[in-house]
Design a protein around this ligand. Structure first.
Ligand code: FAD
Length: 503
């Protein structure tokens, strides 16, 4: 008897723990809702709602095959212990989970219990994230070979026993307040397949051109991120499906084929980034709480302006593109990469807010919250990694470039609905038409300059480069270094604007 413990891998296809278990005995298919996890500050109502919908979708798939998902509520060690005693369980199968600090500590407790109880816990590598990696050399090759392994297909029939499920707790009982919003993406593997299909057949044609504007990205990006976060798709499945589609494009004109191939290659690189960023958290758990670069610890710790934080959260900064993006994110749970980066850049440079409260608020909003990507990205965009180029996004420039007609802004900032496209990017210049919309929270140019000078001053500090080098050796992607000449310390210090390591 064995348990297959589902975590952030709510699917049947390409599920190695399940695949292996089906060959080795009778299984209990288990998901544990852990109330304490749901009380952590990075989790929110919308995540729980999406989880419940994903569990229902998985159960429907299982039912079609004559099986049932057993849902238990409580502490994992207790539940695994009770089930093991009652059903004489010998082995537990799951993926290695690289998630938040709470799940990491829970896994340490489970490991202790498994060892004491004399059971076996067989954990499988999740996507391309390697546990106990000694360094990043060759990681990319490892990732590609992982992606090219055969898909794990479960047999048509296998043996399970049905263990009675407990009632799914209401969000209220877990302390999760309904945010009153019901516009989120659909859950489950069926929906994930539909999304991938529409991305490969038409939505993704102009992926690389359309991904930067919040107007076009919503449809041109795959929108698979919540499915990866909850595991209704494996990264390998998607990588291989895209590869196969790319090979079957010979019927297209040269121009169309080249266009699609460009989209697919760019998309596949992002699948690699997905694992690259989670690998950082796997290798250094403190990324969730502490600035990566030791010389940048303390940078903003003492200066949290609560009014600035609140206005940023509410989408009331007086910069239309920032506010439109924030309001759209609150309402839909998704915004494209560039606008995520701009929101963090504005909060951490212009408003000089520490990345930690920013990251928690955004984690709550992103339906696709994935700690490994999230904390690495928030730190990168707020300049605390020390190995990435400093990018301070100018919200007016972003607005002019990515929403020149003001369509996106008018949709999300109705106060400005009546402004002309020439006015809408800088509404404070037409004060009689502002309709209650606030004046800018800070002066864009001086706030940007101020932040840049503080950061670059620190980067000049003795020992900064050496610490950055250590961070790069541990976490930096080696991919681009193969193509670009390495810069040395002297070129870093003289340029000051860019850092020598690419990420
Ligand atoms: C501050 C900040 C926080 C972020 N937090 C998250 C997060 O919590 N969860 C999350 O999944 N993504 C996060 N991202 C990365 C990225 O914005 C999203 O993955 C992407 O917007 C999801 O939309 P999509 O699935 O349509 O992406 P697509 O463009 O279709 O890309 C396909 C997949 O590739 C991966 N991917 C794409 N871009 C990146 C990237 N820059 N880094 C790592 N992986 C990437 C994702 O898994 C994505 O689903 C964050 C980015 C920033 C700047």
């Amino acid at each position: 008897m064995q348990i297959v413990w589902f975590k952030h891998d709510l699917r049947l296809r390409d599920h190695e723990p399940l695949f292996t278990a089906t060959k080795n005995g009778i299984s209990i298919l288990l998901y544990i809702i852990e109330p304490e996890l749901w009380r952590q500050p990075d989790l929110s109502f919308r995540h729980y709602d999406y989880l419940v919908r994903s569990l229902c979708a998985l159960d429907v798939e299982l039912k079609k095959k004559g099986h049932k998902l057993s849902i238990k509520v409580g502490d994992a060690v207790k539940i695994l212990g009770d089930l093991s005693r009652k059903h004489n369980v010998k082995r537990i199968y799951s993926y290695k989970e690289t998630w938040n600090s709470w799940t990491r500590k829970r896994d340490i407790r489970v490991k202790d219990w498994v060892n004491n109880a004399g059971l076996k816990w067989i954990e499988f590598q999740h996507n391309g994230v390697v546990r106990n990696l000694s360094n990043r050399n060759g990681w990319s090759n490892l990732w590609y070979s992982e992606m090219r392994k055969p898909i794990a297909l479960i047999p048509a029939t296998f043996d399970t026993i049905r263990v009675k499920s407990q009632e799914i707790p209401s969000p209220d009982s877990l302390g999760l307040n309904h945010d009153g919003i019901n516009e989120f993406q659909k859950a489950g593997s069926f929906e994930a397949n539909q999304l991938l299909e529409s991305f490969m057949s038409h939505r993704g044609r102009l992926y690389t051109y359309a991904m930067s504007s919040p107007l076009t990205a919503r449809s041109a990006c795959s929108r698979l991120s919540p499915h990866f976060s909850f595991g209704s798709f494996s990264i390998r499945q998607v990588f291989q499906t895209i590869d196969n589609r790319n090979k079957s494009l010979s019927y297209l004109s040269d121009q169309d084929r080249r266009g699609w191939t460009k989209s697919f290659r760019s998309f596949q690189s992002r699948l690699r980034w997905h694992c690259h960023f989670i690998q950082k958290l796997e290798d250094e758990h403190s990324i969730e709480f502490e600035s990566l670069h030791p010389d940048l610890v303390g940078l903003r710790e003492d200066s949290l302006n609560l009014e600035f934080l609140e206005r940023w959260k509410l989408g009331l900064t007086g910069y239309p593109m920032i506010d439109a993006c924030m309001r759209s994110l609150v309402q839909t749970g998704w915004i494209n990469f560039r606008m995520r980066a701009m929101l963090v850049s504005f909060a951490s440079y212009h408003l000089w807010l520490h990345w930690r409260p920013i990251s928690i608020y955004l984690a709550n909003l992103f339906l696709d919250y994935e700690p490994g990507i999230h904390y690495s990205q928030v730190q990168m965009q707020s300049g605390t990694t020390g190995i990435n180029a400093i990018r301070i996004y100018n919200p007016i420039k972003q607005s002019l470039e990515h929403d020149p007609e003001g369509v996106f802004i008018r949709r999300w900032v109705p106060e400005l609905r009546d402004m002309k496209k020439e006015e809408i990017h800088e509404p404070w210049k037409t004060p009689d038409k502002m309709n209650g919309y606030p004046v800018p929270i800070v002066d864009e140019k001086s706030a940007r300059k101020n932040a840049a000078s503080k950061i670059f001053l620190l980067r000049k500090k003795t020992g900064f480069y050496e610490n950055s080098k250590k961070i790069f050796d541990k976490h930096g992607s080696r991919k681009k270094l193969l193509k670009r000449p390495k810069k040395n310390k002297a070129s870093f210090i003289s340029s000051q604007k860019q850092f020598s390591f690419e990420n």
